[in-house]
Design a protein around this ligand. Structure first.
Ligand code: NAD
Length: 433
């Protein structure tokens, strides 16, 4: 997923270092945040359908729990590696803090091409992973969720396995579950809906009329396809192009997203959608458009292609799609980047709502979930955008990191993790709600 040359974990550490300095915080804050608190590597034996036992490698990284239990998804992908999992867990700490959600950051992954497994093998792998990491999981300790390659069915198996381990139902130990087993209304759409809420706020502050605005979406999975559908159906945007790992569908007159979804469900690809053209990834990213939504994987917008991007707003549905060099180029071009730790935080926010509902055993309707999500996303956008406007020396990503690190460090000071150093509230630049 991550190329050899670009190491996401090194990138996120550099960004944290810069933010700690800009916030005039003690270097100890960086020292703590630059490594996860706990990283677990497990070997998972799985009986394959032909009877052979295969061993899969899995990870769980628990980055920081100053603000609450660790929280973060589980990725099934052949390119999963330890540095990627560590980077993703660090982003989760930052994301929860930007959204003011009372969680720390965690992330897990298994090196596997899940598309090559049968349903039975997938279930045994999912259950085996949970058995292997069960001692460090729990509703008050570490709460996983779906990510690339995992879904509600996988979450159900995992919840069930952990419930067997504990000898009682443990709905609150994992989120992203189907509604019938303790999931939340609105969770499937939450990441995309949250992304759309931030796009609406960005459109307001930049004076962009969303009705008729043109949109390009890279990655037509859970996040990308639903974001495209919401922008088309609720905001009247014209979706020019979408892509997945097999190709793309481009139509300058706009795509009917519901029809593309139906086509992809039937054929397994967006490529070949009637009336559309298959263009290259580079062509897609450099299309003339108002809004670009990278919603695939890391390191897609780099110094090689950033100069060609013509969008006015980039909303990062994916985690880590833009490299630091690309960020600098985009800033020079005055493109407003809504960073991942803000733009795709709707998923963890509704995961938090799901966990709250599990704790109470009382469930909200979809409207209530969406309204609460909107309030959280708008508040987070305004916090980050406000700081970005106030400080001339940071982009939106820098501002989001500053808001997050201020919150985490405040908690660390208060908990005494920073020794005898005292939190100097009067001097703090970022005022936290
Ligand atoms: P997914 O597996 O449902 O979708 C990923 C999509 O990207 C697939 O359509 C895949 O074909 C496509 N893709 C892969 N490589 C590509 C390439 N080179 N070019 C174009 N398309 C490519 O995963 P998802 O859950 O939608 O996650 C996508 C991104 O969003 C990831 O970075 C993930 O970490 C992030 N994210 C997801 C959630 C969530 O709730 N699912 C929450 C926050 C962030």
């Amino acid at each position: 997923m991550m190329t050899q040359e670009i190491n996401c974990f090194e990138i996120v550490k550099d960004l944290i270092d810069t933010s700690v300095k800009k916030l005039n915080l003690n270097k100890s804050v960086y020292n703590i945040l630059s490594e996860p608190q706990r990283v677990l590597t497990v070997q998972i034996p799985v009986q394959m359908d032909d009877g052979e036992i295969r061993i899969f490698t899995g990870y769980r990284s628990q980055h920081n729990n100053a603000l609450g239990p660790y929280k973060g998804g589980i990725r099934f992908h052949q390119d999963v590696n330890l540095d990627e999992v560590k980077a993703l867990s660090t982003w989760m700490s930052l994301k929860c803090a930007v959204l003011n959600v009372p969680y720390g950051g965690g992330k897990g992954g298994i090196i596997v091409n899940h598309k090559e497994l049968s349903q039975g093998e997938l279930e045994r792998l999912s259950r085996g992973y949970i058995r292997a990491i069960a001692p460090v999981l729990g509703a008050d300790l570490d709460i996983p969720a779906p990510d690339v390659g995992t879904n509600g069915q996988v979450m159900s198996w995992m919840m069930d396995e952990f419930s067997r381990y504990r000898g009682q139902n443990e709905f609150g130990m994992i989120t992203g579950k189907p509604v019938i087993v303790g999931g939340s209304m609105g969770r499937v759409e939450a990441t995309s809906r949250g992304c759309v809420f931030t796009i609406r706020e960005a459109a307001k502050v930049t004076g962009l009329e969303l009705n008729g605005a043109t949109v390009v979406v890279q990655g037509f999975g859970n996040v990308g396809s639903i974001a495209a559908r919401l922008l088309q159906q609720e905001d009247g945007c014209r979706i020019l192009a979408v892509s997945d790992s097999t190709g793309s569908a481009y139509n300058p007159n706009g795509l009917d997203i519901a029809a593309v979804e139906e086509f992809k469900a039937r054929t397994g690809s967006v490529k070949g959608f009637p009336g559309s053209k298959d263009i290259s990834n580079d062509e897609l990213l450099s299309l003339e458009c108002d809004i670009l939504v990278p919603a695939a994987l890391e390191n897609q917008i780099t110094d090689k292609n950033a100069a060609k991007i013509k969008a006015k707003i980039i909303a990062e549905g994916a985690n880590g799609p833009t490299t630091p060099e690309a960020d600098r180029i985009l800033a020079d071009k005055k493109i407003l980047v809504l960073p991942d730790v803000l733009a795709n935080a709707g998923g963890v926010t509704v995961s938090y709502f799901e966990w709250v509902q599990n704790q109470y055993g009382y469930y909200w309707n979809e409207e209530e979930v969406n309204n609460r999500l909107e309030r959280k996303m708008v508040e987070a956008f305004n916090n980050v955008y406000g700081l970005y406007r106030k400080r001339k020396d940071v982009d939106m990503r820098g501002a989001a990191y500053m808001v997050a690190i201020e919150r985490i460090s405040q908690a660390m000071y208060m908990r005494g993790w920073l020794g005898n150093q005292v939190y100097q509230e009067v001097k703090r630049e970022v005022k936290l709600a």
